[in-house]
Each structure stands twice: as structure tokens, then as C-alpha cells.
Design a protein around this ligand. Structure first.
Ligand SMILES: C[S@@+](CC[C@H](N)C(=O)[O-])C[C@H]1O[C@@H](n2cnc3c(N)ncnc32)[C@H](O)[C@@H]1O
Length: 268
């Protein structure tokens, strides 16, 4: 793992987490602003599960998804094909150097992307470049400090902190969701509307899903190796956290919450 590699990776476990997302559930802040005929950028689109809903909302307009990882672009193209969204096009590319002319898009969307890209101001100024004047940017990003598993212990807090340290070690921003308003102002956007929401896990099948996701991802050999290499946690800590994590799943009152901040802003 290099200093700026993407923390989450492209495992089947993380793909299942992304597969739970859709424009209707995860771009609630943007959907009312979309109109048929718009041209929309979805940067850091991943497997395109949100992009296809954006494409449906602007049809016969266009959605262009961009992701740095070719396997994600393959998945996004397959999702668009399966849904018959021939107005969705996907490109391999870097969000800090977008393959589009100035003033191409009416709206730009990202979900859980600015939290991972080291150069926030470079990314936002590049997105600003490809937006038309009056175009909107919409982002929803993680807030680690407001996310929780309950019941919890001091060890649970240490595990969350380790996840944050891993993100930071890779150049990421674990609290980006609450920094969005400020970062958008700094990048020259105006008319900012900032909100927050949770992805919440309470039904037994949702608790079981979150438990399995954390077990398979956070306790995977790759993540443990990355954490121990970066010196952010020891193998013994992971072993103890895993025992407590299993106890959380088995508790009748178990709930889990991933906190996100959203913001909409306008290019003047
Ligand atoms: C957490 S996933 C989110 C995917 C999707 N937006 C969603 O929420 O379902 C972050 C995505 O950002 C992509 N990404 C990270 N850094 C990038 C960069 N510099 N340029 C383009 N994509 C990038 C990753 O490949 C990954 O697919």
C-alpha cells in the first residue's frame, strides 16, 4: 500500500456495500434538482449503482461516470447495459485531470470520493472547470467521528480511530462530510446547502450485513497488514476487536450507523 493508495480497495465485500447504494437512496439531496436533458458528471462513480439512477433522472440527457479503476468502469458499463441506460457513458480517468472540455456539465455528483482523494482543492477546481456557469456540484461524504456501533466499548472507539488513521495514511479525509461546506467555499462555489444523514443498520439482516462487511473488510489480512505496517494498530488489538465485534452482532440491541454530510453548491 503506497502513501496515497485507495483505502477501501476493490474486494467483493466492498462491492456488496456499494451495491446497496442507489441514486434514490444515496443522492436524495441532488435528485429533486435534476431535470430531463441535463448533462451530469458522476466522478469516482465506482460500479455505477448511483450513476444509473442519475441517468434515469436526466434521460434523454447524459450521465458520464469517471473512475480511476478499470474494473469499476467495467461493472458500471454492465449495470448501464443491464438497465438499458444508453445515455450513461463511463470513462477511466482521474478526478484531478478530467477528460472533458471546460463548461461541459450542468451538474457534477460524487459519493464517498472526496474522502479518499488526497488533493481536495485540486479536485474541486477541476470539477469547477468542467461545470457550466450556474452548474451545481453535489457531494455526500463520510463523517467518521459521528459514525458508531452500539452497544460499544472503548475498544470499538479505538477500532474506528484505526480506520481513520488508515484513511489518513493513504491521503484520505475521514471527516470530509462535515468539512464540505468550508471546502466548497474555499474552491469558489456559492449558494451552499449542507445537510447530514445516516446509513443506518438496525433490522437483523442489516446488522448481519454490516457485521459481515466489517469482518471481511476491516479484519482482512490486507487491511491488518496495512494497519500494522503503518504502525496504527497491532495484530493483538485486531484479535480483541474482532471478539467484541462478534459480541456486538449477537446483542439484541445492536445498531450501526455510518454518518455522512451532504452539500449542494453552485458555480457562480
Ligand atoms: C468509496 S468508492 C465510491 C463509489 C461510488 N461513488 C459509490 O458511492 O457507490 C470511491 C471510488 O472513487 C474512486 N477513486 C478514488 N480516487 C480516484 C481518483 N483520483 N480519480 C477517480 N476515481 C477515484 C475509486 O476507484 C472508487 O471506485
Amino acid at each position: 500500500m503506497t502513501e496515497t493508495s485507495y483505502t477501501m480497495g476493490y474486494s467483493e465485500e466492498f462491492r456488496q456495500m456499494l451495491n446497496r447504494r442507489s441514486a434514490e437512496t444515496h443522492a436524495v439531496h441532488l435528485m429533486p434538482l435534476l431535470e430531463p436533458g441535463m448533462r451530469v458528471l458522476d466522478f469516482g462513480c465506482g460500479p455505477g449503482t448511483i450513476s444509473v439512477g442519475l441517468a434515469r433522472a436526466v434521460d434523454p440527457g447524459e450521465v458520464h461516470g469517471v473512475d480511476i479503476e478499470s474494473s469499476q468502469i467495467d461493472l458500471a458499463r454492465a449495470a448501464a447495459d443491464a438497465g438499458g441506460h444508453d445515455n450513461a457513458t463511463f470513462h477511466i480517468g482521474d478526478v484531478t485531470d478530467l477528460p472533458f472540455d471546460d463548461e461541459t456539465f450542468d451538474a457534477a455528483h460524487c459519493h464517498a470520493v472526496l474522502m479518499h482523494v488526497p488533493d481536495t482543492s485540486g479536485t474541486l477546481s477541476e470539477v469547477r472547470r468542467v461545470l457550466k456557469p450556474g452548474g451545481i456540484i453535489a457531494s455526500r461524504e463520510f463523517i467518521l467521528g459521528s459514525s458508531f456501533l452500539e452497544p460499544s466499548t472503548e475498544n470499538t472507539a479505538a477500532a474506528w480511530e484505526t480506520f481513520g488513521n488508515l484513511l489518513r495514511a493513504n491521503g484520505g479525509h475521514p471527516q470530509m462530510g462535515k468539512e464540505l461546506k468550508n471546502r466548497l467555499i474555499e474552491a469558489g462555489f456559492s449558494d451552499i446547502r449542507a445537510t447530514a444523514s445516516f446509513d443506518y443498520f438496525s433490522a437483523p439482516e442489516d446488522v448481519a450485513f454490516l457485521h459481515a462487511f466489517i469482518s471481511d473488510w476491516f479484519y482482512s489480512p490486507d487491511v491488518i497488514a496495512a494497519a500494522t505496517t503503518h504502525g496504527v494498530a497491532t495484530q493483538e488489538q485486531f484479535d480483541q476487536w474482532r471478539l467484541e465485534h462478534d459480541a456486538w452482532r449477537d446483542h439484541v440491541g445492536a445498531v450501526g450507523a455510518l454518518a455522512f454530510g451532504e452539500a449542494i453548491a453552485v458555480k457562480p
